[in-house]
Design a protein around this ligand. Structure first.
Ligand code: THU
Length: 131
């Protein structure tokens, strides 16, 4: 799976977004070290706080299927039908740090249709971990 294909899967996953309150359709595609892919979308709620981001839906799907080792995630978002740049929120970064190494790749599809590539260590430096 190359990075461009992973980004395409994230863009496609935005179609499943349930986001009547923000109008932001977010999609994620999570690649395991074994080569499997789990997608996710954001799922909003009228009470707001139960809203879950696309990234965490993808992790929940994967971890609940027994996956523990991850290589990369791609994230895409659309607002008003157009691509928008959404870098992962702090809660999602913390969830990534639970399961992923410092060199875990985070691909963010940008509003101009290309992608930016990060590693987890630069998005969440000095992360909290229990010894
Ligand atoms: N959202 C995500 O799905 N991922 C992020 O990393 C940031 C925000 C969602 C949550 C909410 O449904 C909408 O985007 C606007 O915040």
């Amino acid at each position: 799976m190359n990075v461009k294909d992973l980004c395409e899967l994230a863009i496609t996953a935005t179609d499943k977004s349930y986001s009547p309150y923000s109008g932001c359709k977010v999609g994620a595609a999570l690649l395991t070290k074994g080569g499997k892919i789990y997608t996710g979308c954001n799922i909003e709620n009228s009470s707001f706080s139960p809203t879950i981001c696309a990234e965490r839906v993808a992790f929940a799907k994967a971890v609940s299927e027994g996956e523990r080792e991850f290589k990369a995630i791609a994230i895409a978002a659309k607002k008003d039908g157009k691509l928008a740049t959404f870098t992962p929120c702090g809660v999602c970064r913390q969830v990534m740090s639970e399961f992923c190494d410092d060199d875990f790749t985070v691909l963010v599809v940008t509003s101009d249709g290309i992608y930016k590539e990060y590693v987890l260590a630069e998005l969440l430096p000095a992360s909290f971990k229990l010894d």
